[in-house]
Design a protein around this ligand. Structure first.
Ligand SMILES: *Cc1c(COP(=O)(O)O)cnc(C)c1O
Length: 372
């Protein structure tokens, strides 16, 4: 089969399909000492703080690397060595936080939930009351492993009421689903360049309460991961500590301009919701069911149950859909056979309808019956 040489659309939760403008923003070289580059970093950081309505009390600390680097850096910097972290766990990224805490030698308390159930604020409250030595709660907002939304505002209120510190992994929701620090109080929120902001991957950032960051000197086990050190150096010099991911910063700067042109967070979230609706409606039409109930489904990524047919396997589906111009994502569940389709990136509902068509055509080629 002849395959036309163009980029496939990425139906994945990062890296994701970016606009031409964002890609073109990377066609320059920048010096890390150069004022123009450092201005770009400062502009990116102040816009990121503004998206969380954090101006005044919160600052943005960017960090080179993928999103997990920033999660590790935040836990290592903000949680003192004798701290103890409660981790509500309903999926793969919650489990990753538990694993990070083990590596960091910080005490962790797991609060397990089923993968199709949101974290329960009442259970979190009970856990905090049962153990006054818990200092922090680390909560994933949208658990990208399944696409489930956790009730963040309610959880934040519980954590604040009990005087503990909230660290949010909002990697896959930030800039698409509102997190307003004035109503959802947090000490740290972690996200990255390459998800709902539609930049390219390569840097994370943390929106941190300045007073907590200032009090965290000496906590971190690692030089490269020390957000306190990264921030104080940047304050002093307006430069990144260590080589910055210059092209990634430039792409994010341009992606943020487009984010604002589109209409900011309500418009971005609205487009993803429309993508998600087009996807789930289309898949239902060909007989494929979502794993989650609609009431807890995020507009970010959808897990579908694989067809129960001997002719089905993910590799063949992936390749057939790939040949038709789309990249799918494997499932992350251990119990049920699934695959995932992301709704984020420079995509529109019509792209989602085309993906459904590609899935239907591929399944038919595999001898797997589809509806319609
Ligand atoms: C993408 C993501 C991360 C970070 O993953 P990386 O592969 O390190 O970028 C962390 N948490 C959540 C919820 C995510 O979706």
């Amino acid at each position: 089969m002849y395959v036309i040489d163009r980029d496939p659309l990425l139906l994945t939760p990062g890296p994701l399909t970016t606009s031409l403008r964002t890609k073109q923003a990377m066609l320059h070289d920048w010096g890390s000492w150069d004022a123009a580059f450092n201005r770009m970093t400062a502009e990116v950081c102040s816009q990121l703080v503004a998206i969380a309505h954090g101006a005044g009390n919160h600052v943005c600390v960017p960090l080179q690397g993928s999103g997990t680097f920033s999660v590790e850096a935040t836990l290592g910097t903000l949680v003192p060595r004798d701290g103890k972290v409660l981790v509500p766990n309903n999926g793969a990224y919650c489990a990753r936080i538990l694993k990070l805490l083990t590596y960091l030698g910080r005490q962790a308390v797991e609060l397990p939930f089923a993968e199709d159930q949101p974290a329960d604020p009442q259970a979190i409250e009970a856990a905090l009351m049962a153990d006054p030595t818990i200092t922090h709660v680390a909560q994933v907002h949208c658990e990208t492993g399944t696409g489930i939304m956790n009730p963040l505002a309610d959880i934040a209120r519980v954590v604040a009421r009990h005087g503990r510190s909230l660290i949010i992994d909002a990697m896959s929701s930030f800039a698409a689903i509102d997190i307003d620090v004035r109503t959802t109080p947090f000490d740290a929120l972690i996200a990255s360049s390459g998800k709902c902001l539609e930049g390219v991957p390569g840097m994370g950032f943390v929106i941190i309460r300045q007073s907590k960051l200032e009090a965290s000197a000496g906590n971190c086990h690692s030089l490269a991961m020390d957000l306190y050190d990264q921030w104080t150096y940047m304050q002093k010099t307006s430069q990144w500590r260590f080589t910055p991911s210059t092209h990634v910063v430039a792409a994010l700067h341009e992606a943020l301009a487009q984010f604002h042109e589109e209409g900011g967070l309500p418009a971005r979230g609205g487009r993803y919701a429309a993508n998600c609706a087009a996807l789930t409606d289309g898949m239902r039409g060909i007989g494929l069911k979502s794993f989650l109930s609609p009431s807890v489904q995020s507009p970010i990524i959808v897990t579908f149950r694989a067809p129960e047919h001997p002719g089905y396997n993910f590799k063949t589906l992936y390749q057939g859909v790939r040949d038709r111009g789309f990249i799918l994502y494997p499932g992350k569940l251990t119990q049920v056979e699934t695959f995932r389709v992301g709704c984020i990136g420079a995509l529109m509902p019509i792209d989602m309808r085309h993906v459904v068509q590609a899935v239907a055509d591929t399944l038919r080629d595999m001898g797997v019956p589809v509806l319609a």
